[in-house]
Design a protein around this ligand. Structure first.
Ligand code: ADP
Ligand code: ZN
Length: 802
């Protein structure tokens, strides 16, 4: 018996190992195995078992599997086929793809917990006549608490004996991340009892609480504490009178912590929502692959559509995966789902502690929950009977993983749905060009929500031309609007896509900018920490040093960041309650949720922030959005710069006037004529799409073509340059043998030429057929392996070229 194993390391090929006799019963596809690799022992994933070796492998070089690490498979054949596809498509080693797909840190080797089953207790304690190794092991296990496997293995080093005992039903093996830390959590619940006791004998406080208990069914003590004072004493009194009972029960650890929940719905759907729900519903019933693009303006009620179709999927006995850009950025959406589905859903994202994430993953894996909400990696959720995948804000770039396996969760959503015969819904107010193009090509069916719910109108957008005289940070128009809004007791958002206090620090003597020592970018001044910080690698200098070049001491700050905007607002409106939201201040779990809750409660008048504030939030009292510098996004040397700029402005504008009051948006820009800004002003996505497509057509850029970016990097600038030259030469040679049109762009230094001390060059393949580009790239990866000191990374369908 042999096993094909993928190693959880960047190893290109899968390897074959022999399965020792004692491990045969437990070595199954989808489990992890410990295998020798050179002098090391490494974790691998068991892909297949077979009775003979493939012809290119000889029996002599075959080593044995050391151990099997899992009690149950982590993935099934269907998931494995999907992961195979991912590895092929993104040109990544299969082992690395599998690792990416599983929850991080599932290090089970040292954290199995062994407990005796009733049968096992009997077999161990029953004074069995002969002392077999099995009974010895059984006796070594703590009969009440169970014991960690690690300790037992010190005395009984054969792992397989434990698996055998488990197969016989004498022990249970439970994988624990950190024994003791991932135990179930308990809370007290209070229930009302029927009683003939007249409520006259109660104090008013007791009556209130009893009434609340009756209404809500079985509230928990913490819940009651949130609402009433001195709860414990009153509950005790009620219990003494026989009116309530208090019991302990397990509670589900709520890892989302801070969601923004609001009493609402279920509403009657608008006709457009109804239409969308019906079409998706029909596809769900058909139970075959159906891709939809849900294109609905901001505030058109897309979330309600998601909720309804998830409920439909559940009613059909199917599971659903909902992808959201960065979960911490969408506490409202999570809150709404939570309100409607309660315990029926699991949350998977990187903000969870590893133990929590693992708990969540296991609930899905065991089929306890059918709905998963998560950030991009949730596309690999082991959701049983998957019937529906939703990708909210499908245009969002955070769906693209930019390191390791560079997959795009939005694209994988479509692929996984196709492979599993599921329905996929891509939703956005500003669809990506790719998705809208696919919809126009008839690949996706478009569902349109053209209007805001409740007849709300899209906000009026005004443009301030920053070229005309010195407008300062806030143009008079924006200043007046802010003052007016403040006066009227409404909320305002100020958006600037750049954090920090100011953009760059320059030396007034020689004009040189302070730059990162390891990355080719300027440093950003942060006032609170008084540092100059690199936003790529975290390199920082104390502010202010003398000039690196001329030694001059006159340092001037140029440009602005959110921190400076916040300061300015506070100076201009000392009476206003001002808050800031960007990745510098939103540190720690729940920080964002708390701030959004404060906004919801009306405790903030003006919120300043980066793109964090423009994503999906729904706050009816925000009526003014100011965009401090709209062209920031346009100046990046990026293929998608205009698209990004249009999306950011539209999304920012989409936060204004979602309630009964009309909204107003003021855009400050140096490029008022730019079509991205003009179309965003007119809320004209289709117009923007058509104009932008003309540019892409002229340049033969995606979505009309496909691209693969080959990047090399090295600590030595010469090695990087020579390496890319060699790859380019090889690429050019290969092109001559190609039938299909492929173009090579470059080689050129990456726009961010140096990051974390590595020099970066890149080369782009562009062509109509991605399979051809992938084949070429594979050859270059091979070629790159022969070059020392060089790292070659391949990015299929790159989102950013920086
Ligand atoms: P989108 O995600 O499209 O921007 P939302 O889903 O946030 O829009 O919906 C905007 C607002 O409209 C929310 O406050 C939501 O509660 C409300 N809403 C959605 N559907 C309806 C409906 N059918 N009737 C009334 N209100 C609705
Ligand atoms: Zn840096």
């Amino acid at each position: 018996m042999y096993a094909e194993v993928a190693i959880a390391l960047p190893v290109e090929k899968t390897l074959h190992y022999a399965i020792p006799v004692q491990l045969r019963p437990i070595c199954e596809v989808g489990k992890r195995v410990l295998v020798p690799l050179g002098k090391r022992r490494v974790t691998g994933y068991l892909l297949a078992t077979c009775s003979s070796l493939p012809p290119d492998v000889t029996d002599k070089e075959i080593k044995e599997i050391i151990d099997c690490l899992d009690e149950a498979p982590l993935f099934d054949a269907e998931m494995l086929r999907f992961l195979h596809w991912v590895a092929d498509y993104y040109l990544a080693p299969l082992g690395q793809v599998i690792k990416t797909a599983l929850p991080p840190g599932i290090n089970w080797e040292s954290s199995y917990h062994v407990s005796l089953t009733p049968e096992g207790r009997e077999a161990g304690a029953g004074g069995a006549a002969e002392e077999t190794p099995a009974t010895q092991v059984l006796q070594a296990i703590d009969p009440d608490q169970g014991s960690p496997l690690k300790g037992l293995l010190k005395r009984y080093p054969s792992r397989s004996i434990f698996f055998t005992l488990q197969k016989k039903g004498l022990i249970s093996l439970e994988a624990r991340l950190k024994p003791g830390k991932t135990k179930a959590k308990k809370a007290s619940f209070v229930e009302a009892r029927h009683s003939s006791l007249s409520s006259d004998t109660l104090t008013p406080k007791e009556r209130d609480i009893l009434c609340f208990i009756k209404e809500s069914g079985r509230p928990s003590l913490p819940e009651l504490r949130k609402r009433f004072k001195r709860v414990s004493a009153i509950i005790q009194a009620l219990a003494a009178k026989g009116l309530v009972t208090v019991s302990e029960a397990e509670v589900f650890r709520e890892p989302m912590l801070e969601t923004v929940e609001r009493e609402e719905g279920p509403f009657s759907l608008t006709p457009e929502q109804q239409g969308a729900v019906e079409q998706i519903g029909k596809a769900l019933e058909a139970g075959t692959f159906h891709p939809f693009l849900l294109y609905g303006v901001t505030g058109s009620g897309k979330t309600e559509v998601y909720l309804r179709v998830v409920e439909q999927a559940l009613a059909l006995g199917k599971g659903a995966v909902i992808l959201v850009p960065e979960i911490s950025l969408t506490p409202q959406l999570v809150g709404r789902f939570h309100q409607r589905l309660g315990r029926e859903m699991a949350l998977l994202h990187s903000g969870l502690a590893p133990g929590e994430r693992y708990d969540q993953w296991r609930r899905v894996h065991r089929g306890e929950v059918r709905v998963v909400i998560g950030a991009r990696s949730a596309i690999f959720a082991p959701c049983p009977e998957l019937g529906l995948i939703i990708v909210d804000e499908e245009h969002d770039t955070s769906y693209k993983q930019e390191e390791g396996v560079r997959y795009n969760a939005r694209d994988l959503a479509v692929k996984r749905a196709q492979k599993q015969g599921a329905v996929v819904v891509l939703g956005s107010a500003t669809p990506s060009l790719e998705s809208f193009y696919n919809a126009r090509q008839g690949k996706y069916r478009t569902l349109l929500l053209p209007n805001r719910v409740g007849g709300g109108v899209l906000p009026l957008v005004e443009i301030v031309d920053l070229r005309k005289e010195d407008q300062g940070l806030f143009s008079p128009k924006l200043k007046d609007a802010l003052a007016e809004n403040l006066e009227a007791g409404r909320q305002s958002l100020l958006f600037l896509n750049r954090r920090g206090f100011s953009h760059t620090a320059i030396c007034a003597d020689c004009g040189a900018a302070f730059t990162c020592r390891r990355c080719s970018v300027t440093l950003t001044y942060h006032a609170r920490s008084k540092t100059l910080l690199c936003h790529y690698c975290g390199y920082h200098l104390p502010a202010f040093q003398i000039c690196q070049l001329c030694g001059g001491g006159k340092i001037r700050l140029l440009g602005v960041g959110t921190e400076k905007v916040e300061g300015e607002v506070k100076r201009l409106f000392p009476q206003a309650r001002v808050a800031r939201m960007d990745s510098d201040v939103m540190i720690g779990r729940g920080a964002q949720g708390r701030l959004l809750n404060a906004l919801e409660q009306g405790e903030i008048d003006i919120l300043v922030g980066t793109q964090m504030i423009v994503k999906g939030h729904d706050f009816p009292r925000i009526t003014l959005v100011g965009i401090i510098a709209a062209d920031v996004a346009l100046h990046l040397p990026e293929l998608r710069a205009a698209e990004r700029c249009f999306q950011l402005i539209s999304q920012a504008a989409g936060r204004a006037g979602r309630g009964s009051q009309p909204g107003r948006v003021i855009i400050q820009t140096f490029l008022p004529e730019h079509y991205a800004i003009q179309r965003a002003r007119q809320h004209d996505f289709v117009g923007f799409y058509e104009e932008e497509m003309k540019t892409r057509e002229a340049l033969c850029f995606p979505p009309l073509t496909r691209m693969v970016n080959i990047r090399v990097s090295s600590a030595s600038p010469r090695a990087a340059e020579q390496g890319i030259a060699r790859l380019a030469k090889k690429g050019t040679a290969l092109l001559k043998t190609q039938r299909h049109a492929v173009e090579i762009l470059g080689p050129s230094p990456a726009p961010l030429y140096r990051i974390k001390g590595r020099y970066r060059w890149q080369l782009l393949f562009k062509g109509e057929r991605v399979a051809v580009l992938q084949r070429l790239s594979r050859s270059l990866i091979q070629e790159g392996k022969e070059l020392t000191g060089l790292r070659v990374e391949v990015d299929v369908d790159p989102v950013t070229l920086l």
